[in-house]
Design a protein around this ligand. Structure first.
Ligand code: DC
Length: 222
């Protein structure tokens, strides 16, 4: 039976800037199945709440959930697109103001329940590659394949900067970014869970295509 007809879930988790989303997207393309990014939902809820007001002291769980109600997942040809009031959200999801506040939103359990329900609903519509922090534990404990991606902080920082600056970053820029990443890791620590049966892939010395290839091979054997 072709892979797309078997209803499989590939869950890819790992810390910030470990390449989860770009890898998950490529793996889904290679397998011919859909991709859904749970981090994008936490980010979209943060964007929705930020549009009401930017001072996080007023951010109660109820007010974040009310904002999140305007967020939906739209199943396109290849992925689940995150929309706010029916409009696709692009670059805004990764703006600094969103990144600074998203951990706060992701710590709210009712918001986690909302994300988890949407992710599970997405998987009911067909085979899927999902990525996040707890996909292989809290959300899809029965996933066919669980991957936990790791890479050393300097390498994660280098990749992130390369993407953002579109040039090779300098040493001191890497040092500052690696520090910022370690602080983000600390904020997200409680939410980041490695499943006991996850395959850990250290991507520090791998190219993106090599990591994609490894995961595709594992998925085809799962
Ligand atoms: O992977 P990312 O940077 O887009 O994630 C955004 C935030 O959401 C980050 O603070 C971690 C959190 N997150 C989470 O708690 N659980 C998930 N399944 C996915 C993301």
């Amino acid at each position: 039976m072709p892979l797309a007809e078997q209803l499989i879930v590939v869950a890819i988790d790992g810390p910030a800037a470990s390449g989860k989303s770009s890898t998950a997207k490529r793996v889904a393309e290679r397998l011919g199945i859909h991709h859904a990014d749970s981090g994008a939902l936490y980010r979209a809820a943060t964007v929705a709440r930020l549009r009401r007001d930017g001072s996080a002291e007023q951010w109660t769980v109820d007010s974040v959930l009310a904002a999140a109600e305007r967020v939906s997942l739209f199943r396109n040809e290849t992925s689940f697109e995150v929309r706010l009031d029916g409009e696709p959200l692009g670059e805004e999801l990764h703006e600094a103001a969103v990144t600074a506040l998203v951990s706060l939103v992701a710590k709210m359990q009712p918001v986690r329940n909302w994300v988890n329900d949407l992710m599970r609903q997405s998987a009911r519509e067909g085979s899927i590659v999902v990525d996040g922090r707890d996909m292989g534990t809290a959300v899809f404990p029965g996933a066919k394949l669980k991957i936990f991606l790791v890479a050393n902080p300097r390498e994660r920082a280098r990749r992130r900067l390369l993407q953002r600056l579109k040039r090779a970053p300098m040493d001191d820029e890497i040092t500052a970014e690696a520090e910022a990443l370690k602080q983000r890791d600390a904020k997200d620590e409680a939410q980041t869970q490695q499943a006991a049966d996850a395959v850990v892939i250290d991507t520090t010395h791998l190219t993106q295509e090599e990591q994609v290839e490894r995961i595709v091979e594992l998925a085809l054997r799962a």
